[in-house]
Design a protein around this ligand. Sequence first.
Ligand code: SF4
Ligand code: SF4
Ligand code: SF4
Length: 317
Amino acid sequence: MKLKTGIYWGAGCGGCDVAVLDVHEKILTVAEKMELLFWPIAMDFKYEDVEAMDDNEFDIVMYNGGIRNSENEEIARLLRRKSKVMVALGACAHIGGLIAMANFHTKDSILNRVYLETESTDNHDAVIPQEKWVNGEEELTLPRFHNLVKTLDQVVDVDYYIPGCPPVPAQIVNALSQVWEGKLPPKGSVIGAGARTLCDECPRKKEEKTITGFKRPVEMIPEPEKCLLEQGLLCLGPVTREGCGARCINTNVPCRGCYGPLEGVRDQGVRMLSALASVLDPKEEKEIDELISQIADPLRTFYRFSAAASILRRKKV
Ligand code: SF4
Ligand code: SF4
Ligand code: SF4
């Protein structure tokens, strides 16, 4: 019997949904094994259709995107109730993702920037969307915009995680085959990725890492075969889970950590800081300070994808 399946996007970009389609000819196998009952980005399903279903009627729901507003949260709770297995698909649902960089700002500063301040904004009446708008007998409502982006498991119980921004399509098939073959690991596991670090699957030549200076990718053309971190590019490979095939590294771009932290690591950014501390060349405090000051935008470098899942969760504002 086919697995009754739902796919939903919360606060995301749609890239994870596209990654599901990018499985190429494997889509035939997926179609043979899974019956799609809900996928709003692809077909015209309504929330009422899900509400009318029995609890646990879905065999599996894959939720991508973070929890940014009250609609994301409400549908996450609904789908959790209706599904036997809940999977966080992609970095946003797993660890907050790029969307969670919003946690470095307040809700008001985001709305002001978007609706009032951008260079291309033409909003003379300074209109900012409100949760409720009443005009005579007409009332319109919008979802509540939260002050904090959350990961899926900060809102509902999650059974499995498929990491990546977006997950590599082959890894999605890999993870789904574990579902239809009934070979799932213990609840709470990451599926569709390995357990080692990205450095372990990276083809670049590693020598003794000693860092004498930091550069941004736009400031240099790195040697194609040598470890990027050893060339002064801040690569999060040592603290990121393997599974993507080193896809950024293969285009000469350092890893930003979208596959998330390793098993048992609470905070990917802190782990990277700790890894760096052991390979900095200078030993004197003043020289170390000078070297560290070369890191452009440390917050968004160390927490590009994992801010919502980190110990900090947000910048103090
Ligand atoms: S994980 Fe990446 S691809 Fe997926 S929804 Fe988030 S931003 Fe988009
Ligand atoms: S630090 Fe980056 S470039 Fe160096 S081995 Fe690890 S993943 Fe590869
Ligand atoms: S190299 Fe890093 S940032 Fe790029 S896809 Fe892989 S895990 Fe994600």
